[in-house]
Design a protein around this ligand. Structure first.
Ligand SMILES: [Fe+2]
Length: 405
């Protein structure tokens, strides 16, 4: 039906790639660990799997071909808005075998239907295959969520985890006073910066529209903050100095008795280990720090005499990623907390549904940028906006500091 072969091939490759990743990730996980809830913050893995299939059936079959649902009850069980994560284990979930059958059945019907749809027409959902890209990215985002869930399992060592960490920062830096830790920053000129994008075939509604932002000149760290730098904050008593913390952050730090990033453990006077996918290892000092909350990132920045970058500063700096003398490792190592609350850009229009992002706008959520090592390249881009509560740290989030020029 006038569909270009290129679009269809691209869609099939995207769907195949996401599914291969999902199945490979879950294949070594035994049924007990697929069904259990490892933390009230996370769903059982088997919920994520069937939810991916339900979302795909909703958007790639029911909403665009009028197909009937496999089971209307799934609209309750697998709708992320109906039940908070902590309640999901008590729902009538599909078991591991049934969930795999369900997602495979949906996928087979999706590929059949693909050849019958007009991807060159005016329907904004179908045009250039937008809705397929949305579903591919959704599955990859759940793969990242499932990687966070598996990391929370203290007694399950995933066999494929060797490379599941951010890339070490190349730096001549060694232990030293905090002033040394900020020497490697770069200057970004002020001026008018075009933020966001008008692209419509792949990106999400919250990345649009492209709009001008006036930015004064600023400085930003050349690289993400490393475990070595963050350890200096811990060793300097940063967790005990109330003046470094936002008031809500200090209350959280007291109540949760937080003393270091999640998964760190003190081993003797100055040494630390971390648990990574069920194994304990020496803290890799040159790797970007991860599993810190926004409050910890904010306190760290204050300790450094710096601050978190605004979201606009982050995106402006990312335009120089990889340039000689520019910032490095902005995409694909750790999510980087910004100072900015999640909101719509001027002229924001929700598409294709309000629940993707608009219902989260407000002061409750902070924006994260850049994607992590667990973020698939199809999702990793300089305009992509992630958001979470400022107390969350099971995500692969770290920090990069900024300062006024
Ligand atoms: Fe989802």
């Amino acid at each position: 039906m006038g569909v270009t072969v290129g679009t269809e091939t691209r869609i099939e490759a995207g769907l195949d790639g996401a599914r291969a990743r999902t199945l490979a990730l879950l294949a070594p996980v035994d049924d007990t660990n697929l069904i259990r809830q490892v933390s009230p913050l996370m769903s059982p893995l088997v919920w994520d799997l069937a939810h991916v299939g339900h979302y795909e059936e909703l958007w790639l079959l029911r909403n665009i071909t009028g197909a009937a649902p496999t089971n209307e009850l799934y609209d309750d069980v697998y709708d992320a808005f109906k039940h908070p994560r902590r309640d999901r284990p008590s729902l009538p979930l599909l078991g591991p075998v049934e969930a795999r059958v369900f997602v495979a059945d949906v996928r087979a019907r999706v590929l059949d239907a693909l050849t019958t749809l007009d991807l060159d027409g005016d329907d904004p959902l179908l045009h250039d295959g937008f809705v397929y890209g949305m579903v591919v990215q959704h599955e990859h985002q759940h793969d990242e969520t499932m990687l966070a869930t598996i990391q929370l399992m203290n007694d399950f060592a995933h066999p494929d985890a060797d490379g599941w960490h951010p890339t070490a920062v190349l730096s001549s830096e060694t232990d030293g006073p905090r002033s040394v830790a900020f020497r490697e920053s770069v200057h970004i000129d002020g001026g008018t910066f075009a933020m966001g994008t008008d692209e419509r075939t792949w990106v999400y509604d919250n990345e649009r529209p492209r709009h001008d932002v006036e930015l004064p000149a600023f400085r930003i760290d050349r690289t993400p903050v490393t475990n070595r730098q963050y350890r200096a904050f811990v060793e300097d008593g940063g967790y005990d100095e109330e003046r470094l913390w936002a008031p809500d952050g200090w209350a959280w730090r007291q109540e949760a008795a937080v003393e270091a990033p999640q998964f760190w453990r003190r081993e003797g006077a100055r040494d630390w280990s971390r648990r990574r996918y069920g194994r304990r290892e020496d803290l890799p000092l040159d790797e970007p720090v991860q599993h810190v909350s926004w409050y910890e990132a904010d306190a760290f920045a204050r300790w450094r005499g710096a601050r978190l970058p605004s979201e606009a500063e982050w995106e402006a700096a990312a335009a120089h990623d990889g340039e000689a003398g520019g910032p490095q490792q902005m995409l694909g190592d750790v999510w980087e907390w910004t100072a900015t609350d999640f909101g719509g850009y001027p002229g924001f229009v929700p598409f294709p549904y309000r629940e993707y992002s608009e219902v989260f706008f407000g002061s409750e959520y902070k924006v994260l940028r850049g994607g992590s090592w667990a973020t698939d390249p199809t999702v990793r881009r300089a305009t992509f906006r992630n958001w979470d509560y400022p107390i969350r740290r099971q995500i692969f989030a770290g920090v990069r500091c900024a300062a006024d020029a």
